[in-house]
Design a protein around this ligand. Sequence first.
Ligand SMILES: [Cu+2]
Length: 426
Amino acid sequence: MDQTFSSHRPGRRAVLLGGAGAVGGALLGSRLMTGPVARAASTGAAAATTPGGGQVRTVHLAGTDGWVSMPSGSPADPPFFPDSLAPSGFDTYVFGFRDVTGMSDAQVAAQRGKAQSSAPMLVFDEEDDITITLSNLGLVQRPDLFDGHTLHWHGFRNAIPLFDGVPELSMAVPIGRDLSYFYRPHDPGTYMYHCHFEDVEHVQMGMTGMVFVRPKQNRSPVGNDPLGTQYAYNDGDGSTRYDREFGFLLTELWSAAHYRDAHIQVSDWTDYDPSFWLLNGRGYPDTTAPNGDPLVATAGRLQYQPISSLLTCNVGETVLLRLANLGFQNHAMTMDNVDLQVIAKDASLLRGRDGVSGYRVTNTVDVGPGESRDVLVRPDRVGEFLFYDRRFSYLGNGGGPGWGGMMTVLRVGPPGTYPPQALPNT
Ligand SMILES: [Cu+2]
């Protein structure tokens, strides 16, 4: 195993030789700060500057299988849910990615069977040089399957098909091998990524995550804005300025399909009939639980669903909601008593041809499968506001009673309640 995973990684070796202190320090710092969410946000951050003014970043992801947990009290749906093969504390079989950046070969190999759902949230800056190595660790529960995995940045312009992750047009990563993908993003915005191997199956099984590209306007703020001001896009006028950002990956989970993958059966995808509706891999009320860390066993039943969807801000602040849908259904997100200003669709700023803003204020944001939206909210009073899919049937867990599904809470405190945000979803 060790030899296998060291065989195709000149990039990582070069980085270790050239800047071991910087990379190690950044990794340690971000782990201490955040645990889980966007370890990649500062991974390799101290490396050299690229010609476009970005930075050289290296990320290492692993693809494998594992087990997650739907909200407590979800009714049984035998034999599909809970899965009889699930380890104690878990109930649902998944495929997924893990962030293994900076791990030794032995540590990477030890992540086999410990998939995370949803996938690590990746955060980069415009003009970064990004190398992401994907290792395929295989499937513990299905040794008979020899599926590859790939990395596909959905909606993202790529120089060549090789790094687009569509196996029919390029290549996939076989079990026991690595492939390094290279990206240099020129277009800021909210994107999503997923495995494209047997993609209906691997996407439904959980190989889905979010990737953001922050604009270069952050490096030269507009007007009198100080350095450190954050914008969603290169707007030229500061209209996409925000104080805090939160990513929401919208997906559904069909228990029967997950059961069949664990029990060596196949699904007819035209029967798609989801049981759970999820934000960042969790159903309400788990959505409001704090961030976890896949490496910390005391995180309990949400250990492998580490990304919190709890929204927090101080009154008077602007909050950026990055929404991406990698489910197979449409979702219409609404927030009680707070206006939603849609500023971008599918990583494109909503500007009219005359240069006048095409931003749209609404109370409902529709997000179709494979689509993304960027939304600004500016709550004007202290309180708690629900953020949820307005379709009633998507607000339950497995058909059980009470609220569940695709719902979370925005908590707005008086000025100074919450310290400045270090990373998304914190
Ligand atoms: Cu896959």
